[in-house]
Design a protein around this ligand. Structure first.
Ligand code: BG6
Length: 479
């Protein structure tokens, strides 16, 4: 098997809103994640016309409030990551911990101090921090008072926030990402853009306007980052779902190509190349509007052009198959990105179609499209774990999933792809983003906490913990 490069960044990934808890401590403001009800019906509640972001604890549970209490247990958690041999740790900064309302004049020093401590804890073990500036966690006030990312004013708020965290941490932190899974908004605009029915989520034009604002904000962050530290690497972050035509029918091939452009490629094309792609107008026309309907200034286009990202971070969980010719085919319901069921693939318990080869294809597609390094910053199997009486989980299903995906990365290296690293999602169990469940677990570390919020919060190593430790120790030789 192809060897992994010596500086390959093995690690794990998390997001502030899904593990920190302490949602109202030390001056933190409310974020959109704090107002999302827990449970598999999370998205259907949010999609109701009368969803108004009010926190109602008599009606719903809010698992993100407690997370897994990482805010108070980060030392124990980082120590476990170090024991696994992590070379890097991808986490996000909670915007609402630094700017509680998003539009505050001054940052919250107590919030910044937490990340000082977290970063130093990583560095103590020679773990390279990889920071996502905004991961599904914008200050709630920016949605209720400003209408979310479709409002241009957010560019300034984000620029200010990015400038504060970059100035504070860039000396110690080389790897950054601007927005988590920016393209996911095409299918669920609530998480990344703060758009729900009441503020225009149903109108695609708003999603594209919000994206434009995010592209500009992200490019400004890139500019600041490079001014502070020229060797700093700041990437975009895409949700990549490798897209196949269901069969060789040219109509399905064309539909797959268009879906690929609209979902996988559009955001990356702007952020990596710094210009809107040739198919922009055709995608927008499909949704009933034109590029000229968007609020885009000449200055915006200049900022985009001058500040492309340095690498492409992406999450990979599933592939999708596109069919427009046979209406009788079953849709892949669990797949966040739609499509039909692929008869060659099995799905996870949550219906996500498992496809390691799709990861090798994704890596090839991304690298050969952009010729910039690619970084697999999320991947993993959400599964129900059943601990034994000693709280040990024999998660062979997870090991098997990860092994095949790592083999796919090795295959891509063999294909000549420049892969920077691999940070499996939820390296420690945490609250699921799409369903707000604890029972959908990804971790190498089991956290004793259930969907009702009961449990000791104690941490226990799963079988996959020792397995992954060996993978890192042997630099991917022993899988
Ligand atoms: C990605 C997100 O979509 O997938 C994470 O960046 C998320 O925030 C992860 O947790 C897994 O999804 P879920 O819904 O199973 O938590």
């Amino acid at each position: 098997m192809t060897k992994f490069p010596n500086d390959f960044l093995w690690g794990g990934a998390t997001a502030a809103n899904q593990l920190e808890g302490a949602y109202d401590e030390d001056g933190k403001g409310l974020s959109i994640a704090d107002a999302l009800p827990g449970g598999p019906e999370r998205f259907s509640i949010v999609n109701q016309a009368n969803f108004d972001w009010k926190i109602d604890t008599t009606k719903y549970k809010y698992p993100n409030h407690k997370g897994i209490d990482h805010y108070h247990r980060y030392q124990e958690d980082i120590k476990l990551f170090a024991e696994m041999g992590f070379k890097c740790y991808r986490f996000s900064i909670a915007w609402s911990r630094v700017f509680p309302n998003g539009d505050d004049k001054e940052p919250n020093e107590a919030g910044l101090k937490f990340y000082d401590r977290l970063i130093d804890e990583c560095l103590k073990y020679k773990i390279e921090p990889v920071i996502t500036i905004s991961h599904y966690e914008m200050p709630l006030n920016l949605v209720t008072e400003y209408g979310g990312w479709k409002n241009r004013q957010l560019i300034d708020f984000y620029e200010n926030y990015a400038s504060v965290v970059l100035n504070r941490y860039a000396k110690k932190v080389k790897y950054w990402m601007t927005f988590n899974e920016i393209n996911s908004a095409l299918h669920f605009p609530v998480m990344g853009q703060g758009l729900v029915k009441s503020n225009g989520a149903d109108e695609k034009k708003n999603i594209y306007q919000a994206w434009h604002n995010q592209f500009v904000a992200g490019a400004k962050a890139v500019k600041i980052a490079h001014e502070i530290r020229p060797d700093l690497m700041i990437g975009c972050m895409l949700l990549y779902a490798t897209t196949y035509a269901y069969d060789s029918n040219p109509a399905n091939q064309l539909a797959a190509l268009k879906e690929n452009q609209a979902f996988n490629q559009f955001c990356g094309d702007v952020q990596v190349r710094g210009t809107y792609p040739a198919y922009t107008e055709s995608v927008m026309n499909r949704y009933g509007f034109s590029f000229k309907d968007l609020d885009v200034t000449a200055d915006d286009l200049k900022v985009l052009k001058e500040n492309p990202v340095d690498y492409i971070g992406f999450s990979y969980y599933m592939s999708t198959a596109i069919n427009v010719t046979d209406k009788s085919l079953e849709t892949a319901n669990g797949n966040l990105v739609g499509g039909v069921k692929n008869p060659f693939l099995k799905a996870s318990d949550w219906g996500w179609q498992i496809d390691p080869t799709g990861l090798r294809i994704a890596l090839n597609e991304l690298y050969n499209r952009y010729q910039k390094p690619v970084f697999v910053v999320e991947n993993g199997l959400g599964a129900v774990d059943k601990p034994d009486e000693n709280n040990f989980v024999q998660d062979d299903y997870r090991i098997s999933y990860l092994r095949k995906h790592i083999q796919a990365i090795a295959g891509a290296l063999e294909d000549g792809v420049d892969v920077m690293g691999y940070t499996p999602w939820g390296c420690i169990d945490l609250v699921s983003a799409s369903t707000g469940q604890m029972s959908k677990r990804y971790g190498f570390i089991y956290v004793d906490l259930d969907d009702e919020g009961h449990g000791s919060l104690n941490r226990y190593k799963k079988a996959s913990f020792n397995w992954y430790q060996k993978v890192i120790e042997t630099n991917g030789e022993q899988l």
